[in-house]
Design a protein around this ligand. Structure first.
Ligand code: RB5
Length: 149
């Protein structure tokens, strides 16, 4: 499993904590920045991580900003990306099982470190259930095909 991770300044601390946690577990993780708490623009890192995940260079992406919202909105503009904002573990497995989410977004200002790490673990362990959910994912792809020329 290869993970691409990124954050803006609002998610910088939690990004580091998630990286430490995954490295201890032996999971390969590549950091796309940001690399300090200096102010930056979340769409820039969202684009880099989302592009790398859409290109299948990574199994999943993890994006962190203050709320997890802006960075997820930006990532979801990249065709093939299904970024899911999770602030609880139920959403973390449901977004994999039902929505085949390929990027997890988290808000550093929303959840504490312990819950965030549980969310990450839950997301990475859960599997897409396919079946009736596949045709819904196909319909999402059809929406992309309609608007992305
Ligand atoms: C940065 O202050 C903040 O707006 C950003 O991290 C994020 O919360 C945006 O959605």
């Amino acid at each position: 499993m290869r993970i691409a991770i990124g954050s803006d300044h609002g998610g910088f601390r939690l990004k580091g904590e998630i990286m430490e946690h995954l490295k201890v577990k032996g999971i390969e993780i590549v950091d796309f920045g940001t690399f300090s708490e200096d102010s930056c623009d979340y769409p820039d890192v969202a684009l880099e991580v989302a592009q790398a995940v859409a290109d299948k260079k990574f199994t999943f992406g993890i994006l962190v900003c203050g709320t997890g919202i802006g960075i997820g909105i930006a990532a979801n503009k990249v065709p093939g990306i299904r970024a899911a904002l999770c602030s609880d573990t139920f959403s973390a497995h449901a977004c994999r099982e039902h929505n085949d989410a390929n990027i997890l977004t988290i808000g550093q200002r929303v959840v504490g470190t312990g819950l965030a790490l549980d969310i990450v673990e839950t997301f990475l362990k859960a599997e897409f259930e396919g079946s009736r959910h596949s045709k819904r994912i196909d319909k999402i792809s059809q929406i992309e095909a309609k608007y992305y020329k």
